[in-house]
Design a protein around this ligand. Structure first.
Ligand code: UD1
Length: 377
């Protein structure tokens, strides 16, 4: 593609907490090439609470969104049906040469479909991950977005294999993990956080819990069962629980029926810096979040993964993740061993080195012949 004097215009779409730490390093890296590219930040508004969105944008040093849609809070279908016309309006005003979407949330799908329908080139960062569980909304989003993307950036080898099986072989690049770029770039800030002091915690003397997946939190019976094991564990070690908005109603019900939840420190969602700082100093983490499985692997913190069908196998084969699934009775056994110092040592997966956004930008520049247009090499 030959460009005239016009800069190559890229729109990066993000809308949820797990998107923001993936796009931040891309903005930072593209920022070095302002003479070649113009980059716009499109925030779909899927996550809209101060603690789910604004504090993340601030912590990660993200620019103010160029486009901010008002779409959060409704059903998935309602979210998608509000996001797509919002994106169309924005891109009708100024059509991007390339749209970049990240991850697997509804904002990813809306951004990808809108780009495709408007005949705009599409890149997917974090392509190829599969849980092979079509009841997960994220799995549907991943499969569709990968099928319609022009460039696919993959975090781990399994992603390349999965895409090949689905007939996607061209323009697939194993580049590592942009979320780890964010960890590497913010290292200095984590050590300065005073979150342990604020919560009166001591290094390695507590665990962290996060929960938001429907199979764990939506059914009151399942949630109560899970919680009874968590509470038993809390007798041995304090557990900090920053509560995701979708988990609040189930938690309130559990408190009503189970009474005081001793040694469980229930707090609002934290900003990125405080949260990673809290995780880095913890003894172990219990979670159903895919992103946190990756972050704990990089930070070498044992992670009890409360999922049946995880889509990031490298965090189990190489990393620190231990699959608990829905067999909640395992939680206490595994956690007790960790408390006694008996747990598997992980290693950091290939290319999770803080350089993934550079690799991505190099590939984009090559594919669209951007350096030669400016005389840069
Ligand atoms: C979404 C993503 C999931 C991601 C998770 C992380 C999809 C399909 N799922 O799931 O992959 O891991 O975010 O957070 O996109 N809410 C608020 N404030 C907010 C955001 C949400 O109160 O800032 C409420 C909503 O009104 C709704 C609930 O939380 O009641 C669900 O939020 P939503 O973002 O729609 O989906 P998640 O289940 O969180």
């Amino acid at each position: 593609m030959k460009l005239n004097s016009k800069k190559f215009f890229i729109a990066i779409v993000a809308g949820t907490r797990p998107n923001f730490m993936k796009v931040a390093p891309l903005f930072k890296e593209f920022g070095k090439y302002k003479n070649i590219v113009e980059v716009s930040f499109v925030h779909t508004g899927q996550h809209y609470d101060k603690m789910m969105s604004d504090s993340f944008l601030f912590d990660l040093g993200l620019p103010k969104p160029d486009v901010l849609l008002d779409t959060g809070g409704g059903s998935h279908i309602k979210q998608l049906s509000l996001m797509m016309p919002g994106l169309e309006d924005a891109w009708n005003k100024k059509k991007p040469d390339l749209v970049i979407v990240v991850g697997d949330v509804n904002s990813t799908l809306a951004g990808a479909l809108a780009a495709r329908k408007m005949d705009i080139n599409l890149a997917h960062v974090e392509a190829g991950l599969r849980s092979f569980d079509n009841t997960m909304p994220e799995e549907i989003n991943r499969r569709i977005v990968d099928q319609i993307s022009d460039i696919l950036f993959v975090t781990e080898k399994s992603g390349v294999v999965n895409l090949k099986k689905e007939g996607i072989k061209d323009n697939v690049f194993l580049v590592g993990n942009v979320m780890i770029d964010s960890l590497v770039q913010n290292k200095d800030k984590f050590v300065k956080s005073d979150i342990l002091k604020k919560l009166s915690l001591k290094n390695k003397k507590y665990a962290v819990l996060t929960l938001h997946r429907p199979p764990n939190v939506d059914d009151p019976k399942i949630f109560k069962d899970l919680f009874s094991h968590i509470l038993n564990l809390a007798k041995k070690m304090p557990i900090v629980f920053p509560v995701h908005p979708r988990t609040r109603p189930s938690l309130l019900r559990a408190i009503e029926s189970m009474g005081k939840l001793s040694n469980l420190i229930i707090i609002d969602p934290l900003g990125y810096i405080d949260f990673i700082s809290l995780v880095s100093s913890s003894k172990f983490v219990l979670t159903d979040s895919g992103g946190l499985q990756e972050e704990t692997t990089y930070l070498n913190i044992p992670c009890l993964t409360l999922r049946n069908t995880p889509e990031r196998p490298v965090t189990i084969s190489l990393g620190t993740s231990i699959l608990i699934g829905r067999n909640y009775a395992l939680i206490e056994d595994v956690a007790n061993k960790i408390i006694m110092g008996d747990y598997k040592q992980g290693s950091i997966p290939p290319l999770w080195d803080g350089m993934s956004s550079q690799r991505i930008i190099d590939i984009i520049f090559k594919k669209y012949d951007l350096r030669s247009n400016t005389g840069l090499q």
